[in-house]
Design a binder for this molecule. Structure first.
Ligand code: URP
Ligand code: ZN
Ligand code: ZN
Ligand code: ZN
Length: 471
């Protein structure tokens, strides 16, 4: 047969177009698009379905080291299984440098955790926590050349925070190597000050996590990161923008012609700080940083999504169990918000939430949905034109989507390693029915059919988006 597989009768959606066409797949790639593809070894009937580029989630945390007292709820097998079931064909987790350790060695350790376990393709960003002269001068440039073309830096967290001088030094290396820096924008000293003040007055419930890092803390850090990027003349990505104030900083910079890109996440269009105010410690299920804000911020995030302020919509999947197993929970984690691990699961629910809240409710077009969930991730992080669209030559990473299917998000239908979902009971319209990774069906009707090890660890190209203004 001329093709290994044909997907027939569906409506193909890309970031540019919607069209009725069949797809012919050969050797894991899209070999043809045409009105009618016949003569394939196998056919999939996509009548009545949307045929989307598989979701790319460029911000997930998998098996990331959290210190001696706690571990993340997903390994690479469960995280990529959950991702596939949720309509994704590629995830981008982080290889975290621990202070005092060689960055290269950390990268090899994370690769070893992922090797042979992934169901869909995976590509690592780096996290730089210790920008020594050796790291800046030798290790980072070599790693960029090896295809680790983006790295994240943090403006808060004891074990990760970089000071302004260190941020500037990392930015300078990124400019020289044309790598893309993702910045976690929250001010370290302000958070410590607020946390200690709240604890002194006995305000330790998870609800006060949000009060310990209000929007002004994120806005100040976003402005500082943008200013440093201007000084160095380097493009950066402001990740997980939570609300109006940080969004306005990004928009301001963009309107001044700066290459400031931005990401937001499902939690910031669907949750608010009130969700952290659950009974007993239940609010811990919603503790993430930055925290969800309020209705006005949700409206601002929609403005940013429709006006092009945001390029990517990622999950920031960072799963922890609520009920500990094997004592793997810091015993203090239920004494104060300060000790609750930051992060929520979401890799499996990102696409249904944006589709339902965005497309089904008429806020965004199908093209914007595809751009925000797949195409822009590939373009921004150097996976384009291998991934991120449906066209001849692209990997056959395809999600068949039922735009009319109603579903209620519940823990019992999910595949992640967490023991809860923050969206329990959340009703959506639109759901993935089949996910293909390089032409192989890896999830179908809520069942994961892919095998561990099918997913490859990808190296990435330099991104056009990382080119400084002055070059
Ligand atoms: O609370 C969060 N978002 N945890 C994940 C780590 C990060 O900062 O992205
Ligand atoms: Zn972050
Ligand atoms: Zn994150
Ligand atoms: Zn395979």
């Amino acid at each position: 047969p001329e093709f290994d597989l044909a997907i027939r009768g569906g409506t193909i959606v890309t970031a540019a177009d919607t069209m009725k066409a069949d797809i012919g797949i050969r050797d894991g790639r899209i070999a043809t698009l045409s009105a009618s593809v016949t003569g394939a070894a196998r056919e999939i009937d996509a009548t009545g379905l949307l045929v989307l580029p598989g979701g790319i989630d460029s911000h997930v945390h998998i098996s990331q080291y959290q210190g001696p007292d706690i571990s993340m709820a997903d390994d690479f097998a469960s995280a990529t299984a959950a991702a596939a079931a949720g309509g994704n064909t590629c995830v981008m987790p982080f290889a975290l440098q621990q202070r005092g350790t060689s960055l290269r060695r950390c990268v090899e350790e994370y690769r070893a955790l992922a090797e042979g376990r992934c169901i869909i393709d995976t590509a690592f960003h780096l996290i730089i926590s210790d920008p020594t002269p050796e790291v800046l001068g030798q290790e980072l440039p070599a790693l960029v050349k090896d295809g680790y073309t983006s790295f994240k830096v943090f403006m808060t967290y004891d074990d990760l925070v970089l000071n302004d001088r260190q941020l500037l030094e990392v930015f300078e290396v990124a400019r020289r190597e044309q790598a893309l820096v993702m910045v976690h924008c929250e001010g370290y000293d302000a958070i410590r000050y607020m946390t200690e003040r709240l604890e002194r007055s006995g305000q330790t419930r998870p609800f006060f996590h949000a009060a310990s890092r209000p929007q002004v803390v994120e806005r100040e850090a976003a402005h500082r990161a943008i200013s440093h990027a201007e000084l160095v003349d380097v493009p950066i990505v402001i990740v997980h923008v939570s609300g109006r104030e940080a969004m306005e900083q990004v928009r301001w910079a963009q309107q001044r012609g700066m290459k400031i890109y931005a990401e937001t996440c499902p939690q910031y269009i669907t949750l608010t700080a009130e969700d952290l105010d659950g009974l007993n410690m239940e609010g811990a299920k919603y503790v993430c940083s930055p925290p969800p804000r309020d209705a006005d911020s949700q409206a601002a995030i929609w403005e940013g999504l429709t006006q092009g302020v945001f390029q990517t919509f990622s999950s920031d999947h960072c799963p922890f169990r609520y009920d500990a197993v094997d004592g793997k929970l810091n015993p203090k984690a239920r004494t104060s918000f300060r000790w609750v691990p930051n992060g929520i699961p979401g890799v499996e629910t990102r696409l249904p939430i944006l589709f339902s809240e965005g497309v089904s409710k008429g806020r965004i077009s199908l093209q914007t949905f595809v751009a925000l969930t797949a195409t822009n991730h590939a373009r921004l992080y150097g996976l384009y034109p291998q991934k991120g669209s449906i066209g001849v030559g692209f990997d056959a990473d395809i999600t068949l989507w039922d735009p009319a299917k109603r579903e209620t998000i519940r823990q019992e239908i999910l595949h992640h390693g967490a023991d809860y979902t923050p969206w329990e009971g959340f009703a959506v319209t639109g759901w993935p029915v089949m996910t293909l990774s390089r032409g192989v069906v890896v999830a179908e009707d809520g069942k994961v059919t892919g095998t561990a090890g099918h997913g490859q660890i990808l190296s990435r190209d330099i991104s056009d988006f990382a080119r400084p203004r002055g070059l």
